[in-house]
Design a protein around this ligand. Sequence first.
Ligand SMILES: NC(=O)c1ccc[n+]([C@@H]2O[C@H](COP(=O)([O-])OP(=O)(O)OC[C@H]3O[C@@H](n4cnc5c(N)ncnc54)[C@H](O)[C@@H]3O)[C@@H](O)[C@H]2O)c1
Ligand SMILES: O=C(O)C(=O)C[C@@H](O)[C@H](O)[C@H](O)COP(=O)(O)O
Ligand SMILES: [Zn+2]
Length: 365
Amino acid sequence: MSSVIRVNLGPMSYDISVAAGNLDRLGSLVSSLKLGKKALLVSNPEIFAHYGQRAIASMENAGFQVSSVVLPAGEQYKTLSTVQSIYNSALEHRLERSSTMIALGGGVIGDMTGFAAATWLRGINVVQVPTSLLAMVDASIGGKTGVNHPQGKNLIGAFHQPRLVVIDPQVLTTLPAREFRAGMAEVIKYGVIWDKQLFERLEEADNLHSIDDLTGELLTEIIVRSCQSKADVVSKDEKESGLRAILNYGHTIGHAVESLTGYLELVHGEAVAIGMVAASQIAVKMQLWGNDGDRRQELLIKKAGLPIHLPQGLKIDEIIDILQTDKKVKDGQVRFILPREIGTVTISDRVPSQTIADVLATINN
Ligand SMILES: NC(=O)c1ccc[n+]([C@@H]2O[C@H](COP(=O)([O-])OP(=O)(O)OC[C@H]3O[C@@H](n4cnc5c(N)ncnc54)[C@H](O)[C@@H]3O)[C@@H](O)[C@H]2O)c1
Ligand SMILES: O=C(O)C(=O)C[C@@H](O)[C@H](O)[C@H](O)COP(=O)(O)O
Ligand SMILES: [Zn+2]
C-alpha cells in the first residue's frame, strides 16, 4: 500500500510519501523536485550503518552528487555545536543555494538537519527521510527545526518546511522496541487531539508494545492517519499562531521533565506520555472532561508500554519553575492543551498553579 499526503502551504506545499521500499526510490522522488544536483546526507552512526549506503546509491543513480556527515546519536547532542559539524560539511562540499540536505534518521537528526538547512546560506532545501516511528508520524512534518539550549528544550530554532518527506515503514524493523513505543506516544496524541477513529483503532489492538504486535497494514494505517492529522493542523496554522499549539498536547510537562533529567533518563515520547497523563488529570480536575476519557487514555498509554509516572528524584517546584520557559507561555501565563473528549482539545492559560502541583504530586512515584 502506498499513500501520498499533501501538506498545503501555498507555494511551499509538499508531499509526504509513505510506501514500503521508498528508501530505494529516494533519488527518483527527490529528482522530481528539480533541485540542484548537490546533496548532503546527514545521519548518525547506527542509522548510517543500516541505511546510509542505500540512500546514497539511490540518490547517485538519480544523478545527484552526494556527500555525507555522520553525527553522534542522542538527544544530548541536539545542540548548536553539533549543528556546526553540518555547517562544516556544507562548506567543505561547497553546497549551493539550490542544494539539498537529506535528514536520514530520527527526530534528533531531522530537527538538526532542518535547522542547518534553514540557516545555511540563509536557507537551502531539506528532504526528510525519517527512520523512527516518532519522526515518521511527527518530527519530519511541519517545519519545526532546532536544537536544545542548556536551560530548555528546543529553545533555539526556526520554521523551515521540508521540500518532501519520504517514509519507508520497512526501516522500522531495526528500530529498538523502546523507540517504537516512544513513537506510539505521539500517535496516541493524535487520537486524543484530532482523530477519534485513530484512537478507537488503537483501542482495538491487543498490544502496542512493538512492531511485532501490529500487522503491516495496521502499522501503515497508523502512520498514514498520524501524518494526515499533522498535515491537517500544519496546513491550517503553519507557525503556531493558534490551532497548531494542540500538537503540543503532553509537551508542557513533557518538555520540563526531559530538560530536568538532562535528556538521559527518558526519551521524548516517554516524557510526552507522562505529560499527557498530567494534562488529562488537570482536565479532570477542571471538569473539562470526565474520568472515562482519562481512563481510556491511560489504558492506551499502558498498552503501549509507556510510563505514567514522573521519574524518581524530580522536585515538583523545579518542574513548575521550568514551565515558565515553555514556548507557549503568553504574558507570563503557562498554557496547557487539555482534552475535552476523545478527538477534541482546548487551549487554556487558566490552570491554577495548585492544580498543576496537585496533579504532579499524584503522578509522582
Ligand atoms: N520537529 C518536530 O515537529 C518534532 C516533533 C516531535 C519530536 N521532535 C523531536 O524529535 C526528537 C525525538 O525523535 P526520535 O524519537 O526519533 O529520537 P532519536 O532521533 O533520538 O531516535 C531514537 C533512536 O533510534 C535510533 N533509530 C532511529 N531510527 C532507527 C532505525 N530505523 N533503526 C535503528 N535505529 C534507529 C536512533 O539512532 C536513536 O538512537 C526529539 O528531539 C524531539 O524534540 C520534533
Ligand atoms: O509540530 C508541532 O507543532 C509540535 O508541537 C510537535 C511536537 O510533537 C514536537 O515535540 C515539537 O518539537 C514541540 O515543539 P515546541 O515548539 O514545543 O518545541
Ligand atoms: Zn513531540
